[in-house]
Design a protein around this ligand. Structure first.
Ligand SMILES: O=P(O)(O)OC[C@H]1O[C@](O)(CO)[C@@H](O)[C@@H]1O
Length: 547
């Protein structure tokens, strides 16, 4: 494929960008009373206002042209057709099959995978409903009160983020805990107040070889056995989610207590598979089905809508536009929802592990910047922490504001203030405040003179800073499903335009290998291997401290 910056579509966009050097968003709104209607759209219950972005109708068309020229639609169709678009691992990429309704056909190597997907979901539902009803108990016959999900990365962030997001739908008897970090403090804190007789562990690992997960699972098993339980009791308190039955059995969990999935489900795209078992345990089978239905609706929109009217494509192309032409190296995620407090962490893996790549699909260096740094915190907390930099710092940082119209609680005054803050932030980022406006404020307060002039530059907001606002009715399972699928497809489109393989993650391997080498060197009496003087010095200090 032609390097991105040499493609005709990119060069046309570059010429078009020259017009944006001195264009002000406010003046675009002044010139066009219909701007909000023209640059907003809704699909699968997600409303997207992208009018406060540096785009006009020509920009949208040119960005869509770029998407088409880079083969977004062809690659999309190949993904839905089960082709092995993850070429470095020779795998299909079919998280969309995980939310396909009964009767839809999606084939890998000539075999329809949808019936197998539903078989697992039905098994999960049977299990989850028995745990939720209290029919399935622990070894002493007591119903479970606590569920500890052990996994990391894609085997943790999706279920953890979703369970938090669906707080208002959680089962009243079951408290959910998520343990990921190999830092023993994480597991120790989770187990501190738990009763082994009423605790169920869900060990999630696609490979079942991940150091963090196996270490935590072994320690959890030791904690359970130390309570007087026998090895035979493990079957009542431990279930596994994996693609690796052999390793699961080796760990001591019988395969009848295992829920499987497939190599065509990438870790960070897996919350819709058995990896979502904690979600189903928390919100029930019905809630999980609604989550899948919301995602499927977004899939169908993504699959069929023209790029100019395609939510995921537009979100992605805006990101490409800012990354490529406005120097944006990061993207802020600002959900105005405390329940979405893990969304930024989830999207960090989804986007950065997928598109944080410096070579194209054929292995040659990329010609322009790829994935920006994804970061964020729920509003309004972010306003009192880092929004200063977004308003008055030196970089362009596009913001995605995400909110629900209904807060899902009975404190309507809080929700009104939350939404007011959300809408005010995007308005302030765009409008800014000029020096004359600052002077007028001082004058209205009766202040004039040299001291006032000295303060003016500090109080000026340049404005003209872009943001997109996503609104849903409320954070129902269906809306969360649609929202997450929206971002999954955004990542897909960006990967296609940048021509990177969004579905491998070789960049995490080197650190794992080196950690495996260093771990035995930290044991008492061990001989340290050959390292640079910094690493050797750090190892020596840890050994001296008896690590
Ligand atoms: O599910 P597993 O095999 O334990 O892997 C966990 C995570 O580790 C990674 O491979 C990266 O370290 C992720 O892609 C994955 O989600």
């Amino acid at each position: 494929m032609t390097p991105l910056v040499q493609s005709a579509a990119w060069q046309t966009l570059r010429d078009h960008h020259a017009q944006w050097q001195d264009r002000n968003l406010v003046s675009l709104f002044d010139a066009d009373p219909e701007r909000f209607d023209k640059f907003s759209l809704e699909a699968a219950g997600v409303f997207m206002d992208f009018s406060k972005n540096h785009v006009d109708e020509t920009t949208v068309k040119l960005l869509a042209d770029l998407g088409r020229a880079r083969g977004v639609e062809t690659l999309r169709d190949a993904m839905f057709a089960g082709e092995k678009i993850n070429h470095t691992e020779n795998r299909a990429v079919l998280h969309v099959a995980l939310r396909a309704p009964v009767g839809m056909q999606i084939c890998v190597d000539g075999e329809d995978v949808v019936p197998g997907v539903h078989e697992v979901v039905d098994r999960m539902a049977g299990f989850a409903e028995r745990v939720r009803s209290g029919a399935r108990t622990g070894r002493t016959g007591k119903p479970f009160t606590d569920i500890v999900s052990i996994g990391i990365g894609g085997s943790d962030l999706g279920p953890c983020m979703t369970v938090e997001a669906l707080r208002s739908s959680l089962h009243p008897r079951l408290t959910m805990h998520f343990v990921s970090n190999i830092d023993g403090a994480h597991l120790a804190k989770a187990l501190r107040d738990l009763d082994p007789e009423t605790t169920l562990f869900v060990v999630i690992s696609k490979t079942f070889t991940t150091l963090e997960t196996l270490t935590n699972a072994k320690s959890a098993r030791d904690w359970f056995l130390a309570s007087g339980a026998t090895h035979a009791d493990i079957a009542k308190h431990f279930v596994a989610v994996s693609t690796n039955a052999e390793k699961v059995e080796e760990f001591g969990i019988a395969t009848r207590n295992m829920f499987g999935f497939w190599d065509w489900v990438g870790g960070r795209y897996s919350l819709w598979s058995a990896v979502g078992l904690p979600i189903m345990l928390a919100v029930g089978a019905q809630g999980f089905h609604e989550l899948l239905a919301g995602a499927h609706e977004m899939d169908m929109h993504f699959r069929t809508a023209p790029l100019e009217r395609n939510l995921p494509a537009l979100l992605a192309l805006l990101g490409v536009w800012y990354r490529g032409f406005f120097g944006a190296t990061s993207q802020c995620i600002a959900p105005y929802a405390q329940d979405l407090n893990r969304l930024a962490a989830y999207l960090q893996q989804l986007e950065m592990e997928s598109n944080g790549k410096a070579v194209t699909r054929d292995g040659t260096p990329v010609s322009t910047g790829t994935c920006p740094v994804i970061w964020g915190e729920p509003g309004t907390n972010g306003q009192h922490a880092f929004f200063q930099l977004i308003h008055q710092g030196t970089d362009v940082i596009p913001v995605d504001f995400i909110a629900a119209l209904d807060g899902g609680h009975n404190l309507p005054d809080h929700h009104r203030l939350l939404l007011a803050n959300c809408f005010a932030q995007s308005e302030a980022l765009m409008m800014g405040k000029s020096a004359d406006e600052v002077r007028a404020e001082f004058a209205a307060a009766g202040q004039h003179g040299v001291e006032v002039e000295a303060l003016v530059p500090h109080k000026v907001f340049t404005g003209n800073r872009p943001s997109t606002t996503l609104l849903v009715d409320r954070f129902s399972p269906r809306a969360i499903g649609a929202l997450v699928a929206l971002y999954e497809h955004k990542v897909f489109v960006q990967g296609a335009v940048w021509d990177v393989n969004s579905y491998d993650q070789w960049g995490v391997e080197l650190g794992k290998q080196l950690a495996a080498r260093i771990a035995p060197e930290l044991l008492p009496g061990a001989v340290a291997g050959k390292h640079d003087s910094s690493t050797a010095g750090l190892i020596a200090r840890a050994r001296a401290a008896g690590a």
